[in-house]
Ligand binder design. Structure first.
Ligand code: AMP
Length: 597
């Protein structure tokens, strides 16, 4: 393909001006491929490209250029999985259309005031950027009219499917006239994606773009080998030995993420958690704190960290290795950006060694086994770091001067050495206590595993394993009720608590969700007083039967027999926590609750 710059692609002067103000000099590969197709032919496009490859501009610039601002109709629809992405795309489109007169773009997502969104739609919107759940709600209320839409973008389609939006996407696409153009962006090509493409796209052109997150040359890959029970201690040592660390600690499950973060916070680290059990507002706050470096360590699940694009991370820490090796590449590609050095560290137990070898083959780079820093090494690194800070500190505050005589008088009896000793002691008691007499962590030979149960964990009485209780709720997808709404409902009615939420199963008119067993009663009580879109909420414990598979009694008058055991896929937690082995034999029946009105 002949390389063309933005001018040669045929953008209007207004858009070219915006592009230049954004500092885009040359099109990125996805843009080179997609923009000419969008500005030229009417063909449908499937682009396999990840976040970070420049895909928003690839579809956004041509969409903006093609918009007729004289018309009051919605002309383009962009569907995406999360509120963060929705806001990010809306902001990007606003940048692209800065010099295009009155082009109205509306972000439509759950958790924000629906009345404001309805008002904005009434005034006239040209491009809607939406998460599927809220858009269905607005279509149902007659507020979003899609009968003039000529371009549809499905962004991060694989993620939307992962989040259970397939039915909603189908429902929305049915609303849009057949002559439209459809673009689908996805990081992966799965069977479900292919089936959406077959159903809603016409002879799509397929484009595959290399990953931005491909492992950079300047990322080193290290691992610490420890007993499973020592993983948290190793994490602490790693954090302690890197006083300037600014990194993301990846865990596999929401539960593990919250537990690791809570332990770090309890142990005095500048850390917080980011996972799907937090409300949108909580996630926004944590991400913002991390972006502005008010947090040094962010403990996150892969899915929750998706909306976060931070360029200058010093470390990526794999507290648990991902199941999918591709995910390792995404994780480690978050460090070592913009020419900086990056470190991807994995804290592994002997059984993970095989995965390390698989990753080595995939990324074609060797991992280096690192020695866990000794206590004295950590103390000396911390001290040197502190001394360096002391050397650099600026003492220009006039206010300090007036306290000096009094301080001098009070400390007159101490010579310089004693004074230093005391200052250091004040500063380092925590480390000295932790490490002076502390045991050292040793790498095990590949030996039997105890399992990571946190039983040697200092202080807190938290457990790593927890029983979850499955609850029934009288709200489902047709009520505009999706995981985001459920989490928001629980969080807003149990203020100040972070109730651990397990698996969520959404049906059309009702749903099931799990909460940690100790919180079940509280959640039932709190939600039973709650309302959702003016409906009374009803929650009950989902009743289980221990025998006779297939006897599920359905709320939908026999239309569907729900079998918990059939739909459980939580094999990871079964394996890891060794708790749920009995699930296969259990069948859930719905409580005999009269739901709806
Ligand atoms: P995206 O994949 O759309 O999230 O874009 C990733 C980042 O690349 C964003 O920060 C964009 O602003 C930036 N970007 C997009 N196109 C270009 C370009 N042609 N040149 C430089 N940066 C770009």
């Amino acid at each position: 393909m002949i390389k063309r710059n933005f001018e040669e692609m045929g953008f209007t002067p207004g858009i070219l001006k915006a592009i230049s103000e954004l500092g885009f000099e040359m099109p990125m590969p996805v843009q080179e491929n997609v923009i000419p197709l969008m500005l030229g032919d009417e063909c449908d496009i499937i682009a396999l490209a990840q976040t970070g490859t420049g895909k928003t501009a690839a579809f956004g610039l041509p969409l903006v250029q093609a918009t007729d601002t004289e018309s009051n109709n919605v002309q383009s629809l962009i569907l995406c999985p999360t509120r963060e992405l929705c806001m990010q795309i809306t902001g990007d489109l606003a940048d692209y259309s800065k010099y295009m007169g009155k082009l109205n773009i509306l972000a439509v997502y759950g958790g924000a005031s629906i009345d404001n969104q309805i008002r904005a739609l009434k005034k006239g919107v040209h491009i809607i950027v939406a998460t599927p759940g809220r858009l269905i709600d607005l279509i149902g209320r007659g507020a979003a009219k899609l009968n003039h839409v000529s371009s549809v973008i499905l962004d991060e389609a694989d993620e939307m499917l992962n989040m259970g939006f397939l039915d909603s996407i189908n429902e929305i696409l049915e609303e849009i006239p057949a002559g439209r153009r459809t673009l689908l962006f996805s990081a992966t090509m799965s069977n479900e994606i292919a089936s959406i493409a077959r159903k809603y796209m016409t002879d799509p052109v397929e484009i595959t773009i290399g990953t931005k997150n491909a492992t950079a040359e300047n990322v080193s890959h290290n691992y610490y080998l420890v007993h499973s029970k020592d993983k948290y201690k190793a994490l602490k040592r790693l954090a302690d030995s890197e006083p300037d660390i600014y990194g993301i600690i990846f865990c596999r499950t929401r539960r593990e993420t919250q537990e690791v973060a809570s332990m770090l916070i309890d142990d005095g680290y500048n850390a917080d958690a980011l996972h799907g059990d937090l409300s949108q507002a909580q996630r926004d706050t944590v991400m913002q704190k991390f972006r502005v470096r008010n947090l040094q360590l962010l403990v996150a699940t892969d899915v929750a960290a998706r909306g976060l694009d931070v360029d200058d991370l010093t470390h990526i820490i794999n507290f648990s290795l991902p199941e999918d090796l591709e995910v390792y590449t995404h994780r480690s590609g978050r460090t070592g950006r913009a020419g900086k050095k990056g470190i991807s560290v994995s804290i592994i137990s002997p059984r993970d060694k095989i995965t390390i070898h698989q990753i080595e083959r995939k990324i074609k780079k060797p991992f280096k086994m690192m020695q866990i820093p000794s206590g004295s090494e950590i103390c000396s690194r911390q001290l040197l770091h502190w001394v360096k800070k002391l050397e650099m500190v600026e003492t220009e505050h006039q206010e300090i001067d007036r306290f000096i005589p009094e301080i001098e008088e009070k400390l007159a009896g101490l010579d310089k050495e004693e004074l230093l000793r005391r200052v250091v002691s004040l500063q380092f008691d925590k480390f000295l206590d932790d490490y002076r007499y502390g045991e050292e962590l040793h790498s095990p030979a590949a030996e039997s595993e105890e399992g990571f149960r946190g039983k040697n964990k200092k202080g807190s009485g938290r457990k790593f394993e927890g029983d979850y209780k499955r609850l029934f709720i009288n709200l489902g997808k047709t009520d505009g009720f999706f995981p985001e709404q459920l989490i928001e409902l629980i969080n807003s009615n149990t203020k100040g608590k972070k109730i651990p939420i397990g698996k969520i199963d959404l049906m059309k008119t009702f749903s099931f969700f799990e909460v940690e067993a100790g919180y079940a009663e509280e959640v039932i009580d709190a939600l039973s007083k709650a309302r959702f879109n003016d409906r009374r909420v009803a929650v009950e414990v989902a009743q289980e039967k221990t025998e006779s598979r297939g006897e599920g009694r359905s709320h939908e008058k026999g239309k569907r027999k729900e079998k918990w055991s059939d739909r459980r896929t939580d094999k990871r937690s079964d394996k890891k926590y060794g708790k749920r082995k009995d699930r296969k034999s259990r069948v859930v029946t719905y409580p005999g609750l009269k739901h709806r009105h």
